[in-house]
Write a protein that binds this ligand. Structure first.
Ligand code: TYM
Length: 335
């Protein structure tokens, strides 16, 4: 079993990243190690270059996000933690796979359509080929499992298509098909201001997300001001199907408490958000405050965080080397 996943180094980590991905990563690192497998988690700093980025911030964001992952429970002694740019095999395999991926496949990617918007001509080439690098990220380690939030499912399906076509075109069985693992508990956490948009680093409103660095008062304020409706909570979670904001807050509560959304609505049935929101804020604070405290401590030790990244990159480079070599041989490169 080889588990690989990444996170783009633009801005702060938020509750959607935590509940959709990082919490699963932390849970898996012991489980996978016990079975003799590897977990690799990386900061996707090369992916960050596909959108406008201030060079002054990028390295700092990478260190901050690595520190946040460690604070959230990723243990560099158990999981291989590194930044993508320090392992050139990602970019090298990406180039090889650009010969396999088809324009039509990339044109259908919803993230490309959303991010490029009406300005396709002005978007970077990297934004278009972004999912090919993502495919290389997992295939270069022959990943079997990729724990992600639901929004990354389409990119993982593309990685499977690229792997299948590569294996077929070159008559090899090089790449196993990576399995996207999407958490049942928190497939998609939505914005606190708009139940139809996902919680995202790129939302201009900071009130739309809870960042892992937010202090207790700010967390409480964000939940207090979260958009909801005037109805009380029902006793059946399915009855929230048309109430996106209410459904989102119940989903967040359930994921934070490791409970089913149904058991949460049963507990709060008949109560309004005046009662539910403070309970949710208290729960979120109880989970996030210890992460924030560890992060603040780690901010004082940037050299230690960098050392973990360097060591992780060396381990990742060694794990990637044989696959890159096999891919180069499969396409006939003289190396
Ligand atoms: P990124 O940086 O947007 O998000 C990192 C992880 O957090 C999950 N996530 C969410 N889950 C639930 N609700 C949300 N609102 C939410 N927002 C984010 C994402 O699904 C993801 O698992 N392209 C990727 C980074 C990447 C990657 C990879 C992932 C690069 N290479 C290889 C897996 C494998 C991205 O931008 O994720």
């Amino acid at each position: 079993m080889r588990v690989v996943s990444g996170i783009q180094t633009t801005g702060n980590l938020h509750l959607g990243n935590y509940l959709g991905a990082i919490k699963q990563w932390v849970a898996m690192q012991d489980e996978v190690a016990a079975k003799g497998g590897d977990c690799l988690f990386f900061l996707a700093d090369l992916h960050a270059l596909t959108v406008a980025n201030d060079p002054k911030d990028l390295a700092a964001h990478t260190i901050e996000m690595a520190a946040t992952l460690i604070a959230a429970g990723i243990d560099p002694a158990k999981a291989v933690l590194f930044n993508q740019a320090r392992v050139p095999a990602h970019a090298e395999l990406c180039w090889i796979l650009q010969g396999t991926a088809r324009m039509g496949w990339l044109n259908r990617m919803t993230q490309w359509k959303d991010k490029a918007g009406k300005n396709r001509e002005g978007a970077s080439v990297g934004l278009f080929t972004y999912p090919v690098l993502q495919a290389a990220d997992v295939l270069v380690y022959k990943a079997t499992h990729v724990p992600v939030g639901e929004d990354q499912k389409q990119h993982l399906e593309l990685a499977r298509d690229i792997a299948t076509k590569f294996n077929t075109d070159f008559g090899v069985e090089l790449f196993p098909l990576p399995d996207p693992m999407i958490s049942d508990a928190a497939p998609r956490i939505m914005s606190l201001r708009d139940g139809s948009a996902k919680m995202s680093k790129s939302d201009p409103s900071d009130m739309s997300r809870v960042n892992l660095i937010d202090d207790d008062d700010l967390i409480a304020q964000k939940f207090r001001k979260a958009r909801t409706d005037a109805e009380p909570l029902p006793d059946d979670f399915k009855a929230l199907a048309e109430r996106a904001e209410a459904r989102n807050l119940v989903t967040i509560y359930a994921a934070l408490a490791d409970r089913s959304p149904q058991s949460v609505v049963e507990e709060f049935a008949g109560q309004g958000f005046g009662a539910f929101k403070p309970a949710l804020a208290d729960l979120a604070i109880s989970v996030l405050a210890p992460i924030r405290a560890r992060l603040i401590e780690l901010r004082g030790q940037p050299d230690a965080v960098q050392a973990h990244l360097r060591e992780g990159a060396a381990r990742a480079t060694a794990l990637a080397a044989p696959t890159l070599r096999e891919a180069q041989e499969a396409v006939g490169l003289q190396v």
